[in-house]
Design a protein around this ligand. Structure first.
Ligand code: NOJ
Length: 571
């Protein structure tokens, strides 16, 4: 099996991506909604951080039932974000700084306000009728945002299919004319200098027969339909290869074993996918919106399984937060005394695994969940629909929110915290969603002035990664899989062996001699010895790397004595 190092070192493998949620990044005109001019104002900040690629969540015309993931016109900019001239300005400003732009394409569904759907729902004779999915009878499948996946259409006397909200009707990828329209949209944006696309729920494009009764989690019913790979190969042939575009597909329901089907370069489909295994680590298997406890050993197992699955057969994408998840420190880290250390620890994890790292806006300053106080403060459709269902079941607001505050997508969508002025310097007006009151202490301005801040740690960590081929391309081997608190692994390339040791707990942990002879490359505490709460260390080790370099080497094969590892924590 060829190792990844033998493959061409594509630019997007070396890159660090920053995800922007435009609605909440920076408002330049005081209407309370972030915008394209606001993003353009902040590009030097991204350059200072060391970013190469910006992924922009949807900025297309939309009625915003799902904050832009319901597109009414794929070739128009939403007025609240600005104009096409503002987009072109942003693209030029990015290009002049060497920043690449990745657009978010929402092609599984459109808005019900898209002209295709308005025409399709008005008459069975519409030329766009077959762009959507219609049945005389619905089945029992459920929608991701609650309720059934079929909605009655009075005008034509039948039902249309939607995996998400009724206002997000699914597109019928079976129709070649629809696919040709989508390729044209991609060419339109590529013509504007876009370097690639993030494809929303790519794993859902091809539908499975609507026959099996839906039990358990719903993602498996929607993912990996029979023609998805055919469609992606067509996309590659028609658009991606001729225009040299990079792609990352959001892939709920795709397992590590299935992942190479999407990203093995030999198959000519996508460059990367986002899996959901760790996104769902703190959720129940049946219901993504229900919180459940998580364990570090599971996180290690998931990230390791994905590394192995793609070693030599594709390329991973790495993320610990995004616009659909609560803040990573609130989920996995610490929001109290060890907040700074924990933020730096997760920066270390994200930037020392194999794959392309995606930083979610605000994580680089250690933003945390917002203490929303009542249902009226939430904005997301998931909160609104969940609350409506809870009310129908006679549940109290406090009971609903006790769960929902742990899974809410709104935590990721509060205003970016730029400084200590009102609303964190996000807007001069009233923000569309409340700012986290924590902005007065945690903000970009304060952190740029403090060389020991989370921001500067991210900046140093990004620079280290870019200067260290072993951190990008090197093999990865987990050490001590069962340790309940320590996440430790090595990255090796040629004669370079780096040891990463992370104490993902609020207590000190004795690690014996692990890494004793190594030279510190980066870390979030000074000195050595036992690991302190949320301590992260990256060490360069002398010695043979051969033992770790083989992709056949399983995590249990590694000789703990070699690293001087104390295995007392193992189950
Ligand atoms: C995934 C997106 O990330 C999420 O924000 C959106 O609600 C759904 N897809 C539907 O488009």
């Amino acid at each position: 099996m060829p190792t990844e190092a033998a493959e061409p070192r594509a630019w997007w493998k070396q890159a660090v991506v920053y995800q922007i949620y435009p609605r909440s990044f920076r408002d330049s005109d005081g209407d309370g909604v972030g915008d394209l001019r606001g993003i353009a104002e902040k590009l030097d900040y991204l350059v200072a951080l060391g970013i190469d690629i910006v992924w922009l969540c949807p900025v297309y015309a939309s009625p915003n039932v799902d904050n832009g993931y319901d597109v009414a016109d794929y070739r128009a900019i939403a007025p609240e974000f600005g104009t096409m001239a503002d987009f072109d300005h942003l693209a030029r400003e990015m290009a002049s700084r060497g920043l690449k732009l990745v657009m978010d394409l929402v092609f599984n569904h459109s808005s019900d306000q898209h002209r295709w759907f308005r025409s399709a729902r008005a008459s069975k004779d519409s030329p766009y009728r077959d762009y959507y999915i219609w049945r005389d009878e619905p089945n029992d499948w459920r929608a991701v945002f609650g309720g059934g996946a079929w909605t009655w259409n009075e005008a034509t006397g039948d039902w249309y299919f939607h995996i998400f909200a009724p206002e997000q009707p699914d597109l019928n990828w079976e129709n070649p004319a629809l696919r040709r329209e989508l390729w044209e949209i991609m060419r339109f944006w590529a013509g504007k200098g876009v370097a690639g696309f993030r494809l929303d729920v790519v794993s859902f494009f091809s539908k499975k027969p609507f026959d099996a009764p839906q039990q358990g989690g719903i993602f498996p019913f929607y993912a990996n339909g029979p023609k998805v790979h055919e469609y992606l190969r067509e996309m590659r042939r028609e658009v991606l290869d001729p225009l040299d575009l990079m792609t990352v597909g959001e892939a709920p329901g795709v397992t590590a074993e299935e992942a190479p089907l999407y990203v093995d370069p030999a198959r000519g489909e996508l460059d990367m996918i986002f899996h959901f295994d760790h996104a769902g680590i703190d959720r129940t298997p049946e219901d993504f919106w229900k919180p459940a406890p998580w364990k570090l050993s599971d996180l290690k197992e998931i990230l390791t399984r994905w590394d192995r699955a793609l070693a030599g057969r594709g390329w991973n994408s790495l993320y610990l937060g995004n616009h659909d998840l609560p803040r990573l420190l609130s989920r996995f880290g610490d929001t109290g005394a060890h907040r700074q250390a924990a933020a730096k620890l997760f920066a270390t994890l994200l930037l020392t695994l194999r794959g392309t790292p995606y930083i979610y806006q605000g994580d680089e300053i250690g933003m945390i969940n917002t203490p929303f106080e009542n249902i009226g403060e939430y904005r997301d459709i998931v909160a609104r629909n969940g609350w409506a269902e809870a009310q129908a079941q006679g549940r109290a607001e406090s009971e609903f929110l006790a769960d929902h505050i742990l899974v809410s997508r709104d935590h990721a969508r509060t205003p970016m915290q730029w400084d200590a002025s009102s609303h964190g310097g996000f807007t001069a007006g009233a923000p569309w969603i409340r700012a986290n009151p924590d902005f007065s202490a945690t903000n970009v301005a304060a952190q740029r002035a403090d060389s020991d801040s989370v921001f500067h740690y991210y900046r140093r960590m990004i620079a280290l990664r870019k200067a260290t081929p072993a951190l990008i391309h090197g093999d990865y081997v987990l050490i001590d899989a069962g340790h309940p608190d320590v996440f430790a692994y090595v990255r090796t390339l040629g004669d370079v062996l780096l040891l990463v040791v992370l104490n993902v707990s609020g207590s000190a942990v004795d690690i014996g001699d692990l890494g004793r002879d190594g030279a510190t490359v980066i870390g979030n505490y000074d000195g050595r010895g036992a690991l302190r709460p949320f301590e992260a260390r990256v060490l360069r080790m002398a010695g043979e790397t051969g033992e770790f370099a083989s992709p056949a080497c399983s995590m249990n094969d590694v000789d703990p004595v070699y690293m001087g590892l104390d295995r007392r924590g193992e189950a």
